[in-house]
Design a protein around this ligand. Structure first.
Ligand code: SF4
Length: 297
């Protein structure tokens, strides 16, 4: 199902070291509700039947609930909120979003240890809020898909986090390798791990989840580092066609944009058996760690 990713505002109640939207939070005002409604009209006419509200942090936009109700009236079939999850600790707010017609919650939790999480998102008690939000959603029997950003600070905690979330019965889990833009770029020395260091932990996590029959995937890790785990590569197996409505531009096909603008390739990749289906690493990554890890299959 084609979907539209709509960024309603770039403000956020976290200050993550790996934020990819950092400078936009002060540069752009919130979209007005009329502007959001027009985007929803246009993207529905353009063929999207799935919708993702994101930002920044979409739950700090005062008209989010009204926007969801409007999307329901248009007959969007799936309405997802991508959030840092802190505001989901408020049970009444979660119920309001569900009544408005959110069908999927896509929160982010990045660390197993509360102190690691709070330090990286720069918000005291954030981990407790996230876990309370998760419990609220599970008690209300919501469909929860979780995303975690893989960083230098957290990758060793990945298997423990996976085991915890299996116990909490989330429906789907994704580990996205940090995209080296804005804050992540400024903090790259402390934030960006070498992929081959993180891979053993990620594979251990995939084993835990596969045995628990949970849908699990990775983002921005090429085939050559995922041998025997190719089934988990999100870009190849799971990602739907998505239009992105950002502050300055609208990208009709996020997949084309990744392939043509954001990913790096090198001459040696042409001899790889996966060349035609591989998306390669984010283009900023080889500028830090070069290409030694990526050996043609
Ligand atoms: S095409 Fe390049 S990056 Fe992709 S799997 Fe092959 S060697 Fe790795």
């Amino acid at each position: 199902m084609k979907r539209a990713d709509v960024k309603v505002w770039f403000a956020c109640n976290n200050m993550c070291d790996f934020c990819v939207q950092w400078d936009k939070r002060t540069k752009y005002p919130p979209r007005s509700i009329d502007e959001i409604k027009k985007i929803l009209d246009d993207e529905y006419k353009n063929g999207s039947r799935g919708l993702v509200f994101t930002g920044g942090e979409p739950t700090v936009h005062k008209n989010l609930t009204e926007a969801i109700r409007y999307a329901k009236k248009l007959w969007y079939e799936q309405i997802q909120i991508q959030s840092n999850w802190r505001n989901f600790e408020k049970l009444d707010y979660v119920k309001e979003l569900i009544e408005a017609w959110v069908t999927e919650f896509w929160p982010s939790i990045h660390w197993f240890k509360p102190e690691t999480h709070d330090k990286l998102v720069k918000a005291p008690w954030a981990w407790q809020q996230v876990v309370k939000g998760l419990i609220n959603l599970k008690n209300l029997k919501q469909y929860v898909l979780i995303n975690s950003v893989v960083t230098k600070q957290n990758y060793k905690e990945i298997p423990e986090l996976a085991a915890l979330l299996v116990k909490l019965w989330v429906a789907q889990f994704q580990f996205a390798f940090v995209h080296i833009l804005w804050s992540a770029d400024k903090n790259k020395a402390t934030v960006v791990p070498k992929k081959s260091d993180a891979i053993p932990y990620i594979k251990k996590w995939l084993d835990i989840w596969k045995n628990a029959w949970v849908v699990c995937m990775t983002e921005a890790i090429p085939f050559c580092l995922m041998q025997w785990y190719e089934w988990a590569i999100a870009e190849y197996n799971f990602m739907p066609e998505t239009t992105v409505v950002d502050a300055e531009y609208r990208t009709e096909s996020y997949a084309d944009y990744r392939w043509n603008e954001w990913k790096a390739k090198r001459e040696e990749c042409k001899s790889c058996s996966k060349f035609k289906i591989c998306e390669w690493p984010w283009k900023e990554y080889p500028l830090i760690y070069w290409w030694d890890e990526f050996q043609p299959i």
